[in-house]
Design a protein around this ligand. Structure first.
Ligand code: SAM
Length: 325
């Protein structure tokens, strides 16, 4: 088998493991961790049939790094798709990198030890058990650090899916007309498909998107919004429909430990605007806007969202923050 096909198989087998757990929730990960300890028969068969080639492949640092990066990427996507308010910080990236690297080394060691297919299966189950128990600890530590309280009822383990909306809907909630956008436009938390960015580009508006889950391309930056370099160019208009402000509100209500981080990020965003241009977002951030209105440099305007949203009446408005100078 060619090394490219082997590499593709290994990457695909990781993807397939996550897909086979598609029906499970983050809570299962903590409280029913054993559900993740098994391995598909076909995967063991393949590994045993290509034992020596896989051992050789996993002996190369580049191959291990690529596989680890794919594991982390898939694990983050799996987690974020289940609860959009989880956001692994740099220390958790380090923990996950260490754990997935060890996981790959343990797989190689299991292959080296196994003389039979049944033996390999038993070794792999043992590797998966240790690996998932450690990942469970990492996840549990994240939850209690960021939301405290009883792990059993931790809101970060509940399912909070992330909706994506049509471009027309987003513009209507933000109360924006195409003609009032200054270029270049940056859409923060643009979604996995970058729907609004694509819509604007099709209409000749120079637009870019940033999102932790969007595939990287010339117009899309795959990045955490905390890490993105907003000063790479002076932005004409920055948009954030149900993204930055939704997460800021969540943090304000439930994760005091992150409020300052969101405040600083929003300041960084509005400071990266060209003078005269604006950040437009929904829902509103009354607790942040009150503060920003006191800073002479910015002007805040608000517009009620026309849909009836009684349960979130106080924040059911879109905001524009203009940078005046
Ligand atoms: C509710 S969706 C809204 C997407 C889009 N704005 C729309 O209205 O269709 C929120 C988006 O924010 C992104 N997101 C959440 N946290 C993020 C972070 N820390 N860095 C970058 N993107 C993030 C998610 O990946 C998701 O695509």
């Amino acid at each position: 088998m060619s090394s490219t096909s082997l590499r593709d198989w290994l990457l695909a087998s990781i993807t397939q493991r996550f897909e086979s757990s598609a029906d499970l929730e983050l809570g299962d990960y903590i409280f029913s961790n054993s559900l993740f300890h098994s391995i598909a028969k076909e995967q063991v068969e393949f590994m045993f049939a290509h034992q020596l080639e896989i051992i050789e492949h996993l002996g190369q640092a580049d191959a291990v790094n690529e596989l680890v990066a794919h594991c982390i990427d898939s694990a983050k996507r799996y987690t974020y798709e289940r609860n959009q308010f989880v956001n692994f910080t740099a220390e958790y990236d380090e923990l996950q990198t260490a754990e997935f690297t060890d996981f790959v080394h343990q797989i190689r060691a299991a292959l080296q030890k196994s003389k039979t297919e049944a033996g390999l299966e038993a070794e792999m189950v043992a590797v998966l058990k240790v690996h998932h128990e450690r990942l469970r600890l990492i996840m549990a530590s994240y939850c209690v650090t960021y939301q405290g309280g009883n792990l059993k009822e931790n809101p970060l383990l509940q399912t909070v899916p992330c909706e994506e909306y049509s471009a027309e809907f987003q513009l209507s909630v933000l109360g924006l007309e195409l003609g009032e956008l200054f270029e270049p436009v940056l859409d923060i938390g643009c979604g996995t498909k970058g729907t609004l960015v694509n819509y604007l580009r099709e209409r000749g508006v120079a637009s870019f998107g940033v999102d932790r889950l969007v595939p990287e391309s010339p117009f899309f930056f795959r990045s955490d919004w905390f890490d993105f370099d907003y000063s790479s160019q002076p932005w004409g208009t920055i948009l954030a429909h149900q993204s930055l402000s939704t997460h800021f509100i969540y943090s304000y209500l439930h994760q005091p430990v992150s409020i300052e981080k969101f405040g600083k990020l929003t300041m960084k965003v509005i400071n990266s605007l060209r003078a005269g241009s604006f950040l437009s977002y929904a829902p509103g951030l009354p607790f942040f806007e009150n503060q920003i209105e006191k800073v002479g440099k910015f002007e805040v305007t608000r517009q009620k969202i026309s849909m009836r949203l009684p349960e979130v009446e106080q924040i059911a408005y879109s905001t524009k923050i203009y940078r005046m100078k």
